[in-house]
Design a protein around this ligand. Sequence first.
Ligand code: NDP
Length: 224
Amino acid sequence: MSTILIAGASRGIGREFVRQFVAAGWTVHATARDGTGAAVLAAEGALPHRLDITDDASIAALAQELAGRPLDAVIANAGISGDLSLPLGAVSGAELARVFDTNLFGVLRLVAALKPNLRAGERKLALAMSSLMSSISSNDWSTQYAYRASKTALNAAWRSLATEWRPEGIACVLLRPGFVKTDMTGHQGMEVADSVAGMRAVVEGLDLSDSGRVIGYDGLDVPW
Ligand code: NDP
């Protein structure tokens, strides 16, 4: 039986990942920031943990809880949009830092802490959430400075991670969910179940040859 950790799973895409991986028979560890979210995860059939991805002590505590447990896959799903659509002058440095702390630094610190678990797993999949918003070549229709830049930087860092971890057999892949009905989008877009079903099919087929790719729910690569 395969085992996965889904970080940032209290709602939205993360929670749907929990539902679908549990339904597919995986052992699912999942994280929430508070007790209410953890109870939701337990009710979905996951093994709940508490995690704030911006807090080093919280990441260390999670790594301690999972010590010695192989993980086939980690999905670092936690993310925030920040204030979207502001002109550059209205985006504070603190806001840029807040979005980067979650979407980039937190995600990187989390997978670094769980590397021993991934190395011990069979599938060895380090996964995080990118977006079409990460794409520089397709960016001609909105600003969204903090969010776009954080996801572009995540792409760059994940590509480096793919290079670093390839010799150890760990595939580092970014997933693009599409535009999905969640709190982040004001519940506009495609159904979360359809997006996650598409990404799950992608995950099931991944191997080391896919490392360094950014792959959509539709199986298509996202342009850099
Ligand atoms: P939601 O806003 O619905 O959910 C975000 C999740 O991330 C929540 O579970 C939230 O937990 C968690 N989270 C946020 N900050 C932290 C933190 N510091 N520590 C731990 N968990 C945290 O977002 P979506 O489900 O829409 O998005 C999930 C991922 O997919 C994100 O990375 C997003 O950027 C990406 N994405 C989403 C798209 C979409 O159309 N929805 C499109 C492209 C990418 P809590 O409940 O505690 O706040």
